[in-house]
Design a protein around this ligand. Structure first.
Ligand SMILES: *Cc1c(COP(=O)(O)O)cnc(C)c1O
Length: 355
């Protein structure tokens, strides 16, 4: 086969692979936005065309997650990292409860401490974040409980969520729209687009409207959820390209259906973990019950072979599988847009590995 013709298998953790159709539609809009003869990125965000884009982009997440109009959607900037600060700024009045399941959860905790008391109910730091703690009790007197559904760096995922009497908030940056969940358990969900929903530059926030009554602090306008909600997510100029491209991904998700997406994701992760468990050279790092379907982390039993394995991957046009600098080894991200044949290509290299 012509080397150049071979498909590139993109296992990057984020920014990450997107559905081809979303990229193609975005290219079209960059050239000619809905027949205006102008580019998406050179027309007013207040024009009728973009207002329609924003409206639809705000509706689809609720539709896909089966949420009613008790909820609202925003597309903000500043990444998921800004939500680490906005969430407590708006809602931590006295005390909040967090679980620390990885680097991102840790960053969320750190920011929250700037606004009040933070109770870390549980942490898996003792075992390098290789599992999801389950033995904790959520304090009834906390303002909210915050969790991270998928730990992108360490490859662990919450496969169930606790019953929670107080408002439950979740950072779903790396597994949103990857499986069917009961989203109505949550009062606030946020996700940086660049893992599983779109390009970098926008962050999806889904918020239960009744929460807003709980805001007591004076908050700078840009960091106050009410500012953005009152202006239909257009208080200031939104990231027009990131929102447009995210909308194309959301349409693809809706058309494919979350059940089918989940079924495909199930097979992809089974295929890869099965190889990891049966291959004499590799082992998985996450506790089996808590393994992520999105970010598969694994090591070589003898790490002096790491370079050789990466070299073989490169040869097979597999990219983005080097582990995060704080976890080491390898990480294969199996986001929604990654197809099974890419997982099979990686498994093939693993099967053929010889030191
Ligand atoms: C990548 C990531 C973040 C940080 O996202 P930014 O948009 O870069 O701020 C936060 N949480 C999780 C779970 C992530 O995977």
């Amino acid at each position: 086969m012509n080397y150049k013709m071979k498909k590139i298998h993109n296992f990057s953790a984020g920014p990450a692979i997107l559905p081809k159709i979303a990229i193609e539609n975005s290219i079209k809009a960059l050239k000619d936005f809905y027949g205006t003869g102008l580019s998406l990125i050179e027309v007013s965000h207040r024009g009728k065309e973009f207002v329609e884009v924003m409206d639809e982009a705000r509706k689809l997440p609720l539709e896909i997650l089966g949420l009613n109009n008790d909820y609202e959607t925003l597309f903000l900037q500043g990444g998921a990292s800004l939500q680490f600060c906005m969430v407590p700024y708006n809602f931590l009045n006295q005390k909040a409860a967090y679980i620390k399941t990885g680097v991102w959860a840790g960053n969320a905790t750190k920011e929250a401490k700037l606004f009040g008391e933070v109770e870390v109910l549980a942490s898996s730091e003792d075992k390098n974040y290789s599992y999801i703690p389950k033995d904790y009790k959520i304090s009834a007197d906390a303002d909210y409980f915050h969790c991270t559904s998928n730990n992108t760096i360490y490859g662990t995922q919450m496969h169930s969520f606790p019953d929670c009497e107080i408002p439950m908030f979740c950072d779903m940056s790396s597994d949103i729209f990857s499986r069917k969940i009961d989203a109505s358990k949550f009062d606030l969900i946020y996700a940086g687009a660049q893992k599983n929903m779109g390009p970098a530059g926008t962050t999806l926030v889904i918020i239960k409207k009744s929460l807003l009554e709980k805001i007591t602090r004076k908050i700078p306008s840009m960091l106050d959820y009410r500012t953005h909600l009152n202006k239909d997510s257009m208080y200031n100029t939104p990231s027009v390209f990131a929102v447009y491209c995210s909308l194309q991904v959301l349409k693809w998700i809706k058309e494919k259906g979350i059940e089918k997406i989940e079924a495909d994701n199930r097979i992809k992760q089974q295929t890869l973990y099965n190889e990891i468990d049966n291959n004499e050279f590799f082992y998985g790092t996450a506790a089996k019950d808590d393994r992520s379907w999105m970010n598969v982390t694994f090591l070589m039993k003898d790490d002096k072979h790491n370079e050789k394995f990466l070299e073989m991957c490169k040869e097979a046009k597999i990219i983005g599988i080097k582990g995060h600098r704080s976890a080491g080894g390898f990480r294969a991200s199996l986001y929604n847009a990654l197809e099974l044949d890419s997982v099979e290509a990686l498994v093939d290299v693993m099967k053929n590995f010889k030191p």
